[in-house]
Design a protein around this ligand. Structure first.
Ligand code: ASP
Length: 334
């Protein structure tokens, strides 16, 4: 805890210097004990981004509590916001791109490093299940656009209109100015990224989103990109991201978090360092940090977990045997 408090203090006082120095030396030994489970493995456990993660975790927990596989849990979990027409940032009901088209991105990764992903997929309510089908039924790992739709239809997924009246109204309002400026922490939810450790000690993750509202048609964010929006290494841990996908891709965010855990960092420390990398690259490019949000959540093989983000407003949900709770993580901009 002390270490972390010092870290945050230093970050606030000399952020640029910290940002530069923390990536040069050898990794320090990590003494942060935030959320550590005292030698015991905390399993099963599931984490997911934003407040809609609470409901999603419940669906995942139904699988986990019966000894089910983490892969099945994360798919079941993220399907909850995907299927909810009142959620404006994931699946059915998601905000459209600037041409009025709802285009969805999703990826999934299991404990054996099987991966599947879809990008810019239209008309399919559950892109995460299409991503899983890409993983399990094709020789490829990623399908996009028309090809992804063609594959989904061939697999029997129904073709549906995903643009709900409220999203269409927002889009028509947006068209009046057509000014593209992503809003940090829009309505307190965005992409759902979910990572879980099952009773057998195996990790999996899923990530799904409608992406940035009013994006250019064809734009992909981090969420369908394995290594950016999601990464799982069953020997080490798992991480997922939300926020400005362009900034997450720039640092290969979720892979970076997992690699930092491999070097001995706790999930908390790993998320902090990845966010500092985002901060550093924004500063190097003279970009205003206040315009963006990036948040990571991470979980290791012991069931320790952590999170960190650029600015306040991000939260995540954790469900373990003690119950389901929402956590506001620490953030960089004070
Ligand atoms: N990461 C998503 C994207 O860039 C959106 C978000 O999580 O805010 O598409």
């Amino acid at each position: 805890m002390n270490n972390r408090r010092n870290f945050l203090k230093t970050a606030a006082m000399a952020s640029a210097a910290v940002a530069l120095s923390s990536f040069t030396g050898k990794p320090e030994e990590d003494e942060s004990h935030d959320n550590l489970s005292d030698g015991k493995i905390r399993k099963p456990i599931v984490l997911s981004t934003w407040n809609f993660g609470l409901k999603a975790n419940e669906a995942a927990w139904e699988v986990l509590k019966k000894g089910g596989r983490a892969l099945d849990a994360v798919e079941a979990g993220v399907k909850i916001p995907e299927g909810d027409p009142t959620e404006r940032s994931v699946g059915y009901g998601g905000r459209p791109d600037r041409d009025g088209r709802v285009t969805l991105d999703a990826c999934i990764m299991d404990e054996m490093s099987n991966i599947g992903s879809v990008g810019c997929l239209e008309f399919i309510k559950h892109p995460i299940s299409v991503a899983r089908a890409v993983m399990e039924k094709t020789p490829h790992v990623m399908l996009v656009g028309d090809g992804a739709l063609q594959f989904a239809l061939a697999q029997g997924f129904p073709k549906e209109n995903l643009l709900v009246p409220d999203s269409e109204k927002e889009w028509k309002e947006w068209l009046k100015t057509s000014e593209y400026k992503p809003i940090a922490n829009i309505e307190n939810h965005d992409t759902i990224g979910m990572i879980a450790l099952d009773a057998d000690g195996n990790l999996s993750g899923a990530c799904t989103t409608s992406g940035m509202a009013f994006k250019m048609h064809g734009r992909l964010g981090d969420s369908p990109i394995i290594g950016a929006g999601l990464y799982v290494d069953n020997e080490i841990g798992a991480a997922t991201a939300t926020g400005h996908g362009e900034e997450v891709i720039r640092i290969s965010g979720s892979h970076l978090v997992v690699e930092l855990m491999r070097q001995g960092k706790s999930p908390q420390k790993a998320c902090e360092e990845a966010v500092l990398r985002v901060v550093k690259l924004m500063k190097n490019r003279n970009k205003d940090l206040k315009d963006i949000q990036v948040g990571f959540i991470a979980l290791n093989k012991k069931g320790d977990y952590g999170s960190y983000c650029v600015q306040s407003g991000f939260n995540y949900a954790v469900y373990d045997e003690t119950g389901n709770k929402l956590i506001n993580p620490e953030f960089y901009i004070k």
